[in-house]
Design a protein around this ligand. Sequence first.
Ligand code: MEV
Length: 436
Amino acid sequence: MGIRHMGNNVAATVKSSRLPGFYKQSLAERVAVVAEWAGLNEDERAALAGPGGLQPAQADLMIENVVGTYALPLGVAANFLINGHDYLIPMAVEEPSVLAAISNAARQIRAGGGFQAESSEPVMIGQIQVLDMPDLDAACRAVLGARAELMALADQYGESVIRYGGGARDVEARPFPDTPVGPMLVVHLLYDTRDAMGANTINTTLEAIAPRVAELTGGRVVLRILSNLADRRTATARCTIPQDALAVPDIPGRDVARLVMEANAFAVVDPYRAATHNKGIMNGIDAVCIATGNDWRAIEAGAHSYAARTGRYTALTDWHVDENGDLFGSITLPMAVGTVGGATKVHPTARAAMKLLAVESAGELARVLACVGLAQNLAAIKALATHGIQKGHMRLHARQVALAAGASEADVQAIADRLVAEGNVRVERARELIAN
Ligand code: MEV
């Protein structure tokens, strides 16, 4: 819908996100590389590295009943080339393999020129539930007849969003004649939130216009709340990977392309597989949302409800072999993220992560997130369809097992290597090795 945005960063790339050997560097070296890349100052560098992150006193102002803060590993994914522009992607996640896998997938996608991404206008949906109307059809007509009036009324609120050119875009009426509580009218306010995620603005506006909706319909207004099925605020990413870039030991790229297409087809037809397929997509998207202080539950709700929008839950991606034998992939999903307000601005690590990401708008962040989802999915289904994920995963998982068994930092890698060599990645065995 509306104008699609490709971003303003199609100019020549200045900095490359190819960071060969990044994963082999020490933690301190990685921080230095990233800080230099993004021009972080001392405070931002400390916030990214941990010590300068969210302090309990700040957390105490964010939510209720605070007793402390909770830390997660923060990694940086390399190799992302999106609409001709290089990005380093901050990701907060506890699961091993996610960062290695996505950086690897982004490198293969880069071989085909990177991602092409676009996003819709940032139009959210706010819902007003109306019950007990004398006449459902007449209530519908009354609301639609008053569209202009309701939009003008809505635009008297949410001043900061209005100042930046956002505001009401349309009003829709959705009648449900037969519900467990009688006829119901759901009024949708379509609302452009610009660079804000927009939940507060929309909910305030809905509460403000609800009395007029009650008058127009002669009914009783109950819920006034935004919808997380943000299907008017979507982002799309596409890529084409040359078959040669897909090859793995013992399997030529041409065959890998076909295997990925087959894996995707599994998720297209079977909801049991689609749930896991889409979970893998969200491994990446959630991690960036958490790192940047965005509401990842909203993004999760949007993604899964969008995947079920036809009435049957299915894959969010398409992967198929194109006429040249190369692999084409795409994803479209709701992307209600913001670059202003909320934790994005309050949480010191989120602020530093946003500086590293260097996006200029919520639309640009949405486009990056769609690419992250597509790359994470490629990594997962390519591994699953070729040599399986356990081999690589176990190597990384073994470090967590060694840590859980109480290995010192100096010994973790040696213990983990031994667990993998023995094919016995278990805490009990790690404890024995430590004791010896
Ligand atoms: C694990 O966190 C994610 C995967 O299960 C995703 C998938 O199966 O596509 C590997």
